[in-house]
Write a protein that binds this ligand. Structure first.
Ligand SMILES: [Zn+2]
Length: 122
């Protein structure tokens, strides 16, 4: 998950909590000093509570990026777990600042070519 996305979610949650606290303060004020049924304040409070609940549902529903493993071969060709191949002019995905697979959108997990294990196999 990108830092920008987390920041946006954090801002949205702060906004919802502020609205909820304001509604609670209004409710408490009406209930304490006006000694009447705080009907409107209760409705505002309930609306805020529902907004928080629906945003939590939205966050839970957001599909987390599945990992996509990229494994390099001896020629520097990267095979992706989702069935594609990719070559870089220089280095691998991390070296080139890639964090997500451009084919499936998964979070990219890099497995560099291991020369040592290749020699053991042969
Ligand atoms: Zn992929």
């Amino acid at each position: 998950m990108s830092e920008k996305m987390l920041r946006r979610q954090d801002d949205r949650l702060t906004e919802l909590i502020d609205a909820l606290l304001a509604a609670k303060a209004e409710y408490d004020f009406v209930a304490t000093y006006e000694r009447e049924q705080p009907g409107e304040a209760t409705a505002t409070l309930e609306a805020c509570r529902q907004a928080v609940e629906s945003y939590i549902e939205e966050l839970r529903g957001a599909p987390a990026a599945q990992p996509c493993v990229w494994a390099a071969d001896e020629a520097g060709v990267w095979d992706t777990a989702c069935g594609h191949s990719f070559t870089f002019y220089d280095g691998g995905p991390t070296h080139n600042g890639q964090k997500f697979c451009p084919y499936c959108g998964g979070s990219l997990v890099e497995v560099p070519f291991d020369e040592a294990s290749d020699e053991e196999d042969t």
